[in-house]
Design a protein around this ligand. Structure first.
Ligand SMILES: CC(C)(COP(=O)(O)OP(=O)(O)OC[C@H]1O[C@@H](n2cnc3c(N)ncnc32)[C@H](O)[C@@H]1OP(=O)(O)O)[C@@H](O)C(=O)NCCC(=O)NCCS
Length: 149
């Protein structure tokens, strides 16, 4: 049974754990300094739990009064992937953002990240731009937007 939890405050140990997961699973991870200075007033952070185990997280940039959110990171730990949890997690997150007054979400995704692209398309995101070498040489990205939450 999975549950989504919105994170209201972060201990130093959690920032280190997020930094480690970011390094393990994302093409452009943040520095430890960025994780240490992450301010939850302008970013929305969510954890995904399976029973009591943390199995994923998602981070959005959400500015007060703005209706556009930027999905920066979403991840499910490798041993929990491929069983619909990633899609259910993002679907649940979009519902939460809608309740918070957000209307649109945009994101960048590696052009070869097929599981992520499958989820985004399934949930209604559309490609709006293709940017070459976004993640480094030969590592292109799609920019996608969900225009109505
Ligand atoms: C992206 C991520 C969250 C997906 O989590 P998940 O729990 O495996 O996702 P789901 O099981 O819900 O869905 C995966 C979808 O990808 C599809 N898929 C898997 N491999 C695929 C492939 N090679 N080609 C096309 N589609 C593929 C699955 O069929 C499924 O789609 P469906 O529900 O329509 O069948 C996970 O892979 C992850 O954490 N990746 C590392 C971080 C990352 O890349 N995040 C996204 C960029 S910010």
């Amino acid at each position: 049974m999975t549950k989504i939890h919105r994170v209201e405050s972060l201990e130093n140990q959690e920032r280190i754990k997020l930094f480690e997961m970011d390094n393990d699973y994302f093409p452009l991870p943040w520095s430890i300094e960025s994780w240490r200075s992450l301010d939850l007033d302008s970013y929305s952070l969510f954890y995904l739990f399976n029973d009591k185990n943390l199995i994923g997280f998602a981070l959005f940039h959400t500015l007060e009064g703005d209706t556009l959110a930027h999905l920066l990171k979403i991840c499910v730990l490798p041993q929990y992937r491929g069983e619909g949890r990633g899609k259910a997690f993002l679907k649940g997150l979009l519902e939460r953002l809608s309740v918070l007054g957000l209307e649109k979400v945009f994101l960048e995704v590696d052009f070869e990240n097929f599981p992520a692209i499958a989820i985004y398309k399934d949930l209604g995101f559309e490609n709006v731009h293709y940017q070459e070498n976004y993640y480094g040489a030969g590592r292109h990205c799609f920019k996608m937007i969900l225009s109505s939450l």
